[in-house]
Write a protein that binds this ligand. Sequence first.
Ligand code: UGA
Length: 429
Amino acid sequence: MKISIIGTGYVGLVTGTCFAEVGHHVICVDNNEDKVKMLRAGGIPIYEPGLEDMVRKNVAAGRLTFTTSTAEGVQKSDVIFIAVPTPPQPDGSVDLSYIEKVARDIAAAITSYKIVVDKSTVPVKTGEKVAETIKRYCPAKAEFDVVSNPEFLREGFAVGDLMKPDRIVIGTRSQRPVAAMKEIYQPFQAPIIVTDINSAELIKHAANSFLALKISYINAIANVCEAAGANVQEVANGIGLDDRIGRRFLNAGIGFGGSCFPKDLSAFIKIAEQIGYDFKLLKEVQNINANQMERFVKKITDTLWVLKDKKIGVLGLAFKQNTDDVRSSPAIDLCHRLLKDGASLRVHDPKAMEKAKSLLPGVTYVEDMNEVAQGCDALVIATEWDEFKQLDLDRAKKGLTHPILFDGRNLFDPAEMEKRGWIYKSIGR
Ligand code: UGA
């Protein structure tokens, strides 16, 4: 199939590359000239395991090209995917201006039948608006169909998620685009759900808010465990073995972050309100998440008392492991809280230090995770990187003035840590 992808962010770049990998011809469009130059030269603007090699391979094979011209992308393809950002606005609703602009650009360029697919996460009813806009602004009055095809990839695992998806959702008003959509996804061998546009859009918001709910639920259970002297990991294992519940996304911590869950929750609550439903359940998911960070900070201040003039080592800046993404990262929020209370910080992240620097000035960036503890009053783990499990605990202990570890991601075993002489505080255990 001849495909163009408008917007070369996380979703756009990974989707385009994986489509090329299975043999489609893909043109990725981005209005950022520097990014397009970088991609043409074989570099990628994000850290995502496995992606760089796949981009290079498909560029070399001539199946993946990059341009800054939407018109070129539209004219040279049969199916046009929209993967531009849908950032939050101060009131929690979604800024759809990028989507609207792309819809007008597509309208200006189409002269024959095209399938326009929305992959960006959008509130329900956006597809209807996109269709109206293309119709209104298309001088050639060309035929087209709008399809909603939400993406479920996770950052850090994006290539694997895209190549082996749990399901493909295709939302459309007419049958005409279904065969082409099925052909695009046939190599991925996943169950395909064909539904209407509004349901497809809702599936995305409903999925992300359910996953966020699962995390807030286990965080609330963690708080009960702390009060009752129980262990949240044992509880998660015990309930997770029930197929109906499942063990994944039941890791208690300092709360969820990233560019999706917080934004999508706010957006879903807002759109529900606009169409007449007060989604109190999801508001509580947000409250538990915010409270989780406060509880962790309190744990630190309960132990260290005054943070002014204290030096704290922080492991982890990315919003989760396997990514260099620091957008809405709980780890960065935590650092800001500690700095506000007067602490000075030595920080480390395996991949996110460069991106953190503009958000987090005035801290010491340490290249070697085993050096972070040096001269500190306590060590904090803020991101669930697997690497941190290999931390040289004896060396860290020697470097600290007191062997105190606040583990916001439950990476170590409390009994073992105590045995090794640590004052070890984790979540819900
Ligand atoms: C999330 C969804 O998992 C994807 O399915 C979806 O496609 C994506 O949003 C999106 O809408 O684009 P992502 O934001 O990349 O993916 O990251 P997750 O792996 O879902 O993690 C989100 C946050 O939850 C992280 O801060 C992570 O630390 C936290 N988390 C996750 C927990 O605190 N506990 C868990 O058990 C799992």
